[in-house]
Design a protein around this ligand. Structure first.
Ligand code: ADP
Length: 272
């Protein structure tokens, strides 16, 4: 490996300790999985701390983190790489998965379920004893660097018959089930993340509890911790609590007039 090669991963190092509030024993369990280089799946609703957890673990383990936000237009080439044409002819460019496997990073495929199944299968040989990645178009077989680990996230709430991971993919991972933190932890997160007063943080968490009870009764998902952080940030900037809550907690999650009325009522009661 040349100096240039090894320095590719520097940009992916997590420089500063990310704030992460553990919910259970996930930190120790992830460390055990990393020691054995087991692939990890992090499941849970959007905005509940999955990505922050992975970022924190990469920092804690001192490993670079290559993150890929998956989408349905993503092809296998977007993950593994492709030949590019430039003035000197053709040149191979590694994709993010290849960079991680070749040089030894944690590769985090966020919302893997969004990717098409023919894209998802490229990760298979990296997830078992082979720890290899065939670059068919280049005619190269990569043996994953000893530091490489694969982590995926997905939101089981979005699961449908068309969009679910195949068992043959799922059963290559160890799993963590995430949910919104309990009220006390969530309020603490808001205080840490935004500097908002503990009493306001507790009120925001109360509003979230109302919305989360509406899941399956008009709402597909409850209010995420991420949105609570947004509301607290707006308040920290001087926006009045009710306006901040409408903007961050109601507008993004529903267009249904009845549900809006219910949420706005909960906000008015909480911030009376
Ligand atoms: P997702 O589950 O969609 O990956 P994120 O990890 O991006 O969600 O979390 C969204 C935001 O919520 C974070 O940016 C952070 O502000 C906050 N957050 C959620 N859970 C935690 C936690 N346990 N510790 C610290 N911050 C958290």
């Amino acid at each position: 490996m040349t100096a240039t090669d090894s320095s590719i991963l520097n940009q992916y190092l997590v420089g500063k300790e990310p704030f992460y509030q553990p919910q259970h024993d996930e930190v120790a369990l992830f460390e055990a999985a990393y020691r054995k280089r087991l692939p990890v799946m992090v499941k849970g609703p959007t905005g509940c701390g999955k990505s922050r957890f992975v970022e924190f673990m990469a920092w804690r383990l001192g490993k670079p983190l290559v993150t890929v936000a998956c989408n349905e237009d993503m092809t296998a080439a977007d993950l593994v790489g492709r030949w590019l044409l430039d003035k000197d002819g053709t040149r191979w460019q590694d994709g993010p998965l290849t960079v991680a496997a070749r040089y030894g990073a944690i590769c985090y495929l966020d919302e893997i379920v969004e990717a098409r199944q023919d894209t998802t299968v490229v990760i298979h040989p990296l997830t078992d004893h082979r720890r290899t990645l065939p670059l068919d178009k280049k005619g190269e077989l990569i043996r994953a660097h000893p530091d490489f680990q694969l982590v995926i996230s997905y939101n089981p709430g979005y699961q449908s018959l068309m969009k679910d991971l195949k068992q043959s993919t799922k059963q290559r991972f160890t799993g963590f089930e995430f949910d919104y933190p309990n009220a006390e932890l969530e309020a603490g997160i808001l205080v840490q993340e935004t500097g908002v007063a503990p009493s306001i943080a507790a009120q925001l968490v109360t509003v979230a509890a109302t919305a989360r009870r509406l899941k399956g009764h008009g709402l597909d998902e409850g209010i995420s911790t991420r949105l609570l952080v947004y509301a607290a940030m707006l308040m920290d900037d001087g926006v009045a609590p009710r306006a901040a809550c409408r903007m961050a907690l109601v507008q993004p999650i529903t267009d249904d007039a009845d549900i809006r009325a219910t949420l706005e009522h909960a906000i008015d009661m909480t911030f009376a």
